[in-house]
Write a protein that binds this ligand. Structure first.
Ligand SMILES: NC(=O)c1ccc[n+]([C@@H]2O[C@H](COP(=O)([O-])OP(=O)(O)OC[C@H]3O[C@@H](n4cnc5c(N)ncnc54)[C@H](OP(=O)(O)O)[C@@H]3O)[C@@H](O)[C@H]2O)c1
Length: 334
């Protein structure tokens, strides 16, 4: 089977497509013939050894996949062969077949196509955990989402809308704002691509304050970081909740006097760790998200599909800030 391998530290250019042996499922594991892989920002970090996990090389990037169970290991119900599933792996997904613990392979709804299944659990799982568990977002509150046309950002827009919030999208282009509005954003701000000097930061803070209104944003969802964080925090409401989700624009430093003056909370979001600590809560969250998907309340927006041989281009598109929605790599058993 084919697999895209990281043999040396580096960006997408360093990845190589090779023929490797098919893996065999061990005790308690299933083997999945991969149909699609969702591309996420952590895939870029992991191949450069900048992520919280550093797998031994060679390894394949690709944290989330969908496919069909084609073999089971000892102790796993053989009737699972043929089941359509998604799985969160951390890495290893950009390959023809993968093995995973049976409990991590979750059956997907019959009507869910494989590309949408591969673009589902990381983004909606993260944003559901952030908005429901960490922020306790309530109907009628104002939610400001930065990077609102990115993977987790667009999921936050849809889930915020489904929760009855007034959703403000902040993005770097008019095209991205259009996509965020289609996903349910009520209003939006187009910000510069950065870096922002002090004057540009002040101007952006003014734009956020104006669009959020007199009370400010009750919840701010920040998967961008860098120069965007402080201007956003300046628009937060009294007792607002600032969600720290990710840093593609760099790790931000905050002046803590702002936190005091706003009487607000800065709350960290680490979905992967939350899943490990509360697997039952995760299963329930995914069941709720599947139900919402079935009712048409959420649906992954797929920006572009790439075959496995072109997966480095998929990663380059994400790195260049060029995706509006999700990028998916398809396998089709090459
Ligand atoms: N905390 C958690 O549990 C958790 C879980 C999943 C992901 N994450 C993190 O969340 C962040 C977003 O992940 P994602 O998969 O949604 O990524 P994504 O689809 O690439 O979205 C990130 C967004 O950030 C913005 N951005 C600003 N500066 C950028 C830069 N220099 N390079 C790339 N994008 C830039 C872009 O929007 P604009 O162009 O509109 O600014 C882009 O749409 C990552 O840092 C990821 O590691 C965290």
């Amino acid at each position: 089977m084919k697999a895209l391998l990281s043999r040396e530290i580096g960006g997408p250019d360093m990845l190589v497509l090779e023929d490797v042996a098919e893996p065999s499922p061990g005790k308690g594991e299933v083997r999945i013939a991969v149909e699609a892989i969702g591309v996420n920002f952590p895939d870029l970090l992991i191949i450069e050894d900048k992520y919280q996990f550093r797998p031994e090389r060679p390894f394949s990037p690709g944290a989330e996949i969908s496919g069909i169970i084609d073999a089971v290991g000892e102790g796993v119900d053989a009737s699972r062969v043929g089941e359509r599933v998604l799985a969160m792996l951390g890495w290893g997904g950009m390959a023809g077949k993968v093995v995973a613990p049976a409990a991590k392979a979750m059956r997907i709804p019959d009507a869910m196509p494989f590309d949408e299944a591969a673009a589902f659990v990381m983004t909606y799982g993260t944003s559901h955990h952030a908005l429901a568990d960490r922020a306790k977002l309530k109907s009628g509150e104002t939610l400001l989402v930065l990077g609102a046309a990115g993977g987790v950002g667009l999921a936050a827009v849809e889930l915020g809308k489904a929760a009855g919030a007034r959703v403000i999208a902040a993005v770097s282009s008019a095209e991205k704002l259009e996509i965020a509005k289609k996903a349910g954003a009520d209003d939006g701000v187009v910000y510069p691509r950065g870096p922002l000097d002090a004057a540009a930061g002040k101007e952006l803070a003014g734009a956020f304050k104006q669009i959020c209104g007199k009370n400010g944003a009750d919840v701010i969802y920040d998967p961008v970081g860098g120069d965007y964080t402080e201007p956003a925090l300046r628009s937060i409401a009294w007792e607002g909740r600032y969600l720290v989700v990710g840093f593609p624009a760099g790790i931000a430093k905050l002046p803590l006097n702002l936190v005091l003056l706003k009487g607000c909370d800065v709350r960290g979001v680490f979905w992967g760790s939350a899943v490990e600590r509360d697997p039952e809560g995760h299963r329930q969250a995914v069941a709720d998200l599947f139900e919402l998907y079935g009712k048409g309340g959420i649906r992954p927006h797929i920006h572009e599909r790439f075959p496995l041989a072109k997966a480095p281009d998929a990663l380059r598109t994400l790195a260049s800030r060029g995706a509006a929605g999700k990028i998916v790599v398809t396998v089709g058993q090459e």
